[in-house]
Design a protein around this ligand. Sequence first.
Ligand SMILES: [Zn+2]
Length: 72
Amino acid sequence: MEVYKCTVCGFLYNKESADRTLEGDIVEFNALDADWGCPNCSISAQMFVPAPQGGLDVDEAAGPEDGIDSED
Ligand SMILES: [Zn+2]
């Protein structure tokens, strides 16, 4: 599933924290009700951004990795 992160409090919507259907299936973030809010800070889902699997912070401004090899 896709992991989303609350930009307000840092809460991660992932397979551990995701809402579940009555059958116990994970509810994908984009399938949540329109009135869903962050379980931690109650902010709306619009304040969430896609996050990498595992929830690691990725700095998109980081320098490029051009495959600099040092095979010595
Ligand atoms: Zn939050």
